[in-house]
Design a protein around this ligand. Structure first.
Ligand code: NAP
Ligand code: MN
Length: 264
């Protein structure tokens, strides 16, 4: 079995990463960062997001597991003191995997036949580079509203505890394949009107954002920020692909939420 280790890059995470690599090689596992079966992320959620984006082209052959070195680590199940235990679990394959839904984002540009496709683990957010964001929001091919405000955030269930939560969105269990559309400071008055509540869309219900004028947009995908010009539309829906997490012991989602936001 092939594995790779992805470190946040600080001294502590590098030390733990080297230890994991050494131990797994002693168990005759092969270090292969091109085609890993298991990706061990050592750091926080930002590290796991980075590691995930390195392997979006081979999600059905890759499982992720996170080791926590400070910060929040909502996605990271293992503490540094537990790496010996984790290594033994990994070496004793096959292991159990759980799958979480992802968000597919397709960005089309005026005058270009080729579109850009992304898979977000947390969310995609859209803002205007100048003035308010003004976007027609279509759901399942029908105009739902014209949004005016700071921006829109489209999150996955596992991303619902991240930026979406700060916007007043609901926390969604990742066994529900859906996406959530949350508003950032919408303008609501006699002239302009948006729904005002976060919306949860099931699988196959596409949310299409269409610019009303030709301004530039700032689009984020998890930790990545893109400048988008000439945008015709931004299409969001639940992806066919899923992310796989290697689960060596139960860690129920609601326990994860409690430990991250209420108390350990
Ligand atoms: P960051 O600025 O370090 O992330 C902000 C915080 O969100 C960190 O504490 C991070 O944990 C945590 N986080 C990431 N994914 C999470 C999840 N699924 N559930 C709960 N908490 C989560 O930047 P980053 O580490 O590169 O992460 C990028 C993410 O930050 C974005 O996808 C977005 O969701 C989030 N973000 C949140 C806000 C906000 O809440 N107002 C604003 C901007 C971005 P770690 O400390 O373990 O990395
Ligand atoms: Mn971070």
């Amino acid at each position: 079995m092939n594995f790779t280790v992805f470190s946040r890059g600080d001294a502590d995470s590098n030390k733990i990463s080297n230890k994991i690599k050494r131990y797994l090689e002693e168990f005759q596992l092969t270090y292969n960062s091109e085609e890993p079966d298991v990706v061990i992320s050592v750091g926080g959620d930002g590290t796991l997001l980075e590691a995930y984006h390195q392997y979006t082209h081979r999600l059905s052959d890759t499982s992720f597991v996170g080791v926590h070195t400070g910060h929040l680590g909502f996605y990271a199940d293992w503490q540094p003191e537990e790496v010996e235990k984790l290594v033994i679990h990994i070496a004793e394959t096959p292991f159990k995997v759980v799958e979480y839904p992802l968000l597919e984002v397709i960005i089309r540009h005026h005058g270009e036949r080729q579109s850009e496709r992304f898979l977000a683990l947390n969310e995609c957010s859209v803002r205007s580079m100048e003035g308010s964001l003004v976007m027609d929001v279509e759901i399942k091919g029908n105009l739902f509203e014209t949004f005016r405000g700071d921006g829109l955030c489209i999150s996955t269930p596992s991303g619902s505890t991240a930026y979406n939560k700060a916007l007043g969105g609901a926390i969604v269990h990742p066994s529900i394949p859906c996406l959530q559309l949350a508003e950032m400071a919408s303008i609501n008055n006699r002239v302009y009107r948006t729904i005002g509540s976060p919306l949860v869309l099931p699988q196959h219900h596409t949310c299409l954002l269409k610019p009303v004028s030709s301004v530039d947009f700032q689009v984020t995908l998890d930790h990545l920020t893109l400048l988008q010009q000439n945008v015709e539309s931004i299409q969001c829906r639940v992806a066919e692909e899923k992310i796989r997490f290697a689960r060596f012991r139960p860690f129920p989602f609601w326990k994860r939420v409690k430990e991250s936001f209420i108390t350990e």
